[in-house]
Design a protein around this ligand. Structure first.
Ligand SMILES: Cc1cc2nc3c(=O)[nH]c(=O)nc-3n(C[C@H](O)[C@H](O)[C@H](O)COP(=O)(O)O)c2cc1C
Length: 203
């Protein structure tokens, strides 16, 4: 796994689970990735509501450094406006290796499933699908309606990986950080990026 992806887009939307987003961003930066970050308005709101007033998108590099340590400085973080559908990551010619939408709201899921491209997150996801690059969707909703389930299937049929925000318990988590480490670890594994975010199951 040494030749791992270097440029990864992270979309943060207004589903609960902002901690999954910041842990994923921190883990990618710790591995030296360039992270292209874009958050929806509700994504920004949930970051603040769930993690506190310091967790703003525009100062996320400092937030993750304080929370997870200076190892995150190995990577590079670029923040885009969700309104800027002319940003680099809106084009297939930009060398982006993959994209994660974490957490993914049911609204954005619908937009991705239908190729709506109403904002930068949806457009960048559309680009990943049309270019046959890795798109990882991390939905967080329960219970789910039939339209929501159909949108998940439609995204999977289009080539996205559906990686639900469903932490496991066999690794005996004690803290919320243990739970978020597990989901971030699953995401990095899906991108074939080495990590030690949770112990490997050895049988
Ligand atoms: C406190 C709060 C929690 C929410 N949690 C979820 C959630 O877990 N999953 C979800 O799909 N939507 C959730 N929503 C609703 C979305 O934020 C809403 O549908 C929004 O329009 C999504 O927009 P976005 O996809 O552009 O971020 C929540 C909203 C609020 C205010």
């Amino acid at each position: 796994m040494s030749d791992h992806p270097r440029v990864i887009t992270v979309g943060i939307t207004g589903a609960s689970g902002a901690i999954y987003a910041v842990r994923t961003v921190a883990a990618l930066l710790e591995r030296g990735c360039s992270v292209e970050l874009v958050a929806s308005d509700l994504g920004r709101r949930l970051l603040r509501e769930e993690l506190g007033s310091e967790a703003t998108v525009d100062r996320l590099a400092d937030y993750v450094a304080t929370r997870y340590g200076n190892g995150v400085r190995k990577g590079r973080l670029t923040v885009h406006s969700n309104k800027d559908v002319g940003a680099s990551i809106a084009s297939g010619s930009y060398a982006c290796d993959g994209m994660i939408i974490v957490p993914c709201s049911m609204k954005t899921l619908s937009g991705v499933a239908h190729g709506s491209a109403r904002n930068l997150i949806e457009r960048a996801a559309d680009v990943m699908l049309k270019e046959c690059r890795k798109l990882i969707v991390v939905p967080r909703e329960t219970p789910m309606s039939l339209p929501q389930l159909r949108n998940l299937v439609q995204c999977a049929e289009a080539g996205a990986m559906i990686l639900p925000a469903m932490p496991a318990f066999y690794q005996k988590p004690l803290t919320i950080d243990d739970l978020s480490d597990f989901i971030a670890g699953k995401i990095l594994s899906a991108l074939r990026i080495e990590h030690a975010l949770y112990p490997a199951w050895t049988g």
